[in-house]
Write a new protein. Structure first.
Length: 114
């Protein structure tokens, strides 16, 4: 179990970019006071051009909250639709195979009874 936790933590630290976390030491106030650093967040999931408190604590995402998909892997893009289509086809295939197996079983039972 410890090996698994270490493996997951190592993979997360390698995969996650450090720029996605808060960074500071940039003085954007123009006062020249580096004792009060500002915090900049670089995150592709947050809409940093809007007050984030308006979008929080809602069970359903409000209109206008978040960002439009700009990269291939973003939510709402073509890959999400392709994933939905593949999952739908896979579930349809599973139901078809189960129905075919039930029909074959019922035909075999009916043949033995006659």
């Amino acid at each position: 179990m410890r090996r698994f936790v270490l493996l997951v933590l190592t993979a997360f630290s390698v995969i996650s970019p450090t720029s996605a976390f808060a960074t500071s030491t940039d003085d954007t106030t123009g006062t020249g006071d580096s004792a009060t650093p500002t915090t900049a967040i670089d995150n592709s999931f947050l809409d940093t051009e809007r007050n984030l408190t308006e979008c929080l604590n809602n069970s359903v995402e409000l209109p206008g909250c978040g960002r439009a998909p700009t990269q291939e892997g973003d939510r709402g893009g073509a890959l999400q639709l392709a994933t939905f289509g593949i999952l739908t086809l896979a579930i349809a295939f599973i139901f078809w195979r189960v129905a075919k197996g039930i029909r074959a079983r019922d035909a075999a039972i009916a043949a033995r009874i006659r």
